[in-house]
Design a protein around this ligand. Structure first.
Ligand SMILES: [Zn+2]
Ligand SMILES: [Zn+2]
Length: 133
């Protein structure tokens, strides 16, 4: 599936081919911290299927408890997270679904790191809904 994405300020734009079956939610603590949100939704672009169209992301190297290092790319102007990938390239890119134009079509199929889930994020259906602000 062809997708297009950009950061909030528009400095960074990109396109990719993703497999919708890889769309998933991550409840790990790192995703909570790095996104500032309760969880993060990602989809995978396989090797060679991600292309930057404009801008140059800043890179934060995250070291996991396992010692594994990941490159987290974000916009240097607005801070929007864009993707993660391995330090050694070529490697797949995990794209942030919220930054993609096709986000509504990429319903996650799986949830991972559920042991660190914020308990209220398990089910938000009972929280009051308001159409705008
Ligand atoms: Zn930006
Ligand atoms: Zn995570």
């Amino acid at each position: 599936m062809h997708v297009t994405g950009s950061c909030h300020c528009g400095f960074i734009a990109y396109e990719a081919e993703v497999d919708p079956a890889t769309a998933r939610i991550c409840h790990c603590r790192d995703c909570q911290k790095l996104s500032g949100s309760a969880f993060r939704a990602n989809v995978r672009a396989e090797i060679g299927k991600f292309r930057l169209l404009s801008g140059e992301p800043a890179i934060y190297i995250k070291t996991a408890e396992s010692g594994n290092k990941r490159a987290h790319a974000f916009c240097p102007k607005c801070g929007s997270p864009v993707y993660t990938t391995a330090l050694e390239q070529p490697a797949p890119h995990n794209l942030r679904i919220g930054a993609l134009d096709q986000r509504a079509e990429l319903k996650p199929r799986r949830r991972i790191w559920c042991d660190s889930m914020i308990t209220w994020s398990e089910d938000i259906s009972g929280i009051e809904k308001i159409g705008g602000q």
